[in-house]
Design a protein around this ligand. Structure first.
Ligand code: SAM
Ligand code: SF4
Length: 341
């Protein structure tokens, strides 16, 4: 049922939208900067980064996360840009872990620098981690990320497991002509080390607008390539909930691999996500054409209730789906690295 009004009715608490979904999973971009230059994400020269005064301070960020928690958010994922580049990250995690009720805290990182930070982050309250790693071939890694940092990522993964951030999850995007032929090697490498691998389809969110439907490696193609080496048994869709990955037992299990068909079979109908950018904008979708400013009102003295009203208004407007592949689709002006992936 679609309920039509500019704001959610008072009887609907939390973060509902007009299509019956309720947001409980907050993705926070803690910085838009990055030390890699993944081809599916940003150009070789990087991007014009936010200036410090534009970014939320720690106090502002933690206050906003607290307001989201008051609105029913139960999982907070820290991302970016590269979240490990925020100097105060450990402290931010500790302060989010002090919120009441305490949300679960996850992070998505490229893993560079994680060897030093995994244990302090776990001690501060980080519960789970996803490390992005698209290939374990050093030449492919350097080609795809335009940086020679594979060893750092490997060390980061090891440190995450040693710090108890298990099961350590690995996120991978396959790009045609770069790492698409080595997806089975990557899975074997993860299986050997006890990391849980999930592939995600490349989405039109790169700053340089280079995405092309005709060259994207689809979830089906990844599955076919993995099936050349492994027996994949699909797990029942009912186990999935709002989690976007279709999961398969590998060679009878218990290990699994996930494949997320974000473009070819979108999970928008079950989406429970909301997003906060490093400069304090709330977005109801990665692909949204608009966002609502929270930083301005915050700095002008708005109350928690007023900010909560702004967040509820933004979430209420959430579109039913991203519409990639339709004539109406327009890539958002903000790239993934600035929204928070
Ligand atoms: N820098 C961190 C990292 O790479 O994990 C966090 C931010 S990054 C934007 C978050 C995730 O988005 C990564 O797993 C990355 O592979 C993925 N990503 C970036 N651009 C993408 C795109 N165009 N399509 C699909 N996934 C993308
Ligand atoms: Fe940086 Fe992550 Fe984007 Fe790669 S995907 S350039 S690591 S923000």
């Amino acid at each position: 049922m679609v309920r039509d009004s500019a704001r959610p009715p008072d009887d609907l608490r939390g973060l509902p939208d007009r299509h019956g979904r309720v947001a409980r999973d907050l993705r926070v971009s803690v910085t838009d900067r990055c030390n890699l230059r993944c081809r599916y994400c940003m150009p070789a020269e990087g991007l014009p980064w936010l200036a410090k005064p534009e970014m939320l301070t720690d106090d502002e960020l933690v206050r906003l996360v607290g307001i989201f928690v008051g609105l029913g958010v139960r999982q907070v994922r820290l991302t970016g840009g590269e979240p490990l580049l925020r100097r105060s990250l450990v402290d931010v995690v500790r302060r989010i872990a002090d919120l009441d009720p305490r949300p679960s805290i996850a992070m998505t990182t490229n893993g560079v620098g994680l060897d030093r930070l995994a244990q302090p982050l776990a001690d501060a309250g980080l519960d789970r981690i996803n490390v992005s790693l698209d290939t374990v071939d050093p030449r492919e890694f350097a080609d795809l990320t335009r940086r020679d940092r594979l060893h750092d990522v490997e060390a980061g993964l090891k440190a995450a497991a040693a710090a108890g951030l298990t099961p350590v999850k690995v996120n991978a995007v396959a790009m045609r002509g770069i790492n698409d032929h080595s997806v089975a090697e990557l899975l074997q490498w993860c299986l050997d080390r006890g990391y849980e691998l999930r592939f995600i389809e490349q989405m039109p969110l790169d700053a340089q607008h280079g995405w092309d439907a005709s060259t994207m490696i689809s979830a089906d193609e990844v599955r076919d390539r993995l099936a050349e080496r492994f027996t994949l048994t699909p797990l029942p869709a009912a186990d999935r909930g709002s989690a976007p990955a279709e999961r398969f037992l590998v060679d009878g299990g218990p290990e699994t691999v996930g494949i997320i068909a974000s473009v070819s079979a979108p999970f928008c109908a079950a989406c429970d996500r909301t997003r906060l950018t490093a400069d304090g904008q709330v977005r109801n979708c990665l692909f949204s054409q608009r966002e609502t400013d929270l930083r301005g009102p915050l700095r002008e003295g708005a109350s928690d209730e007023e900010i909560a009203g702004l967040i509820r208004g933004e979430m209420w407007r959430k579109a039913p789906g991203h519409g990639i592949g339709t004539d109406a689709f327009v890539q958002p002006a903000r790239p993934m690295s600035s929204i928070g992936g």
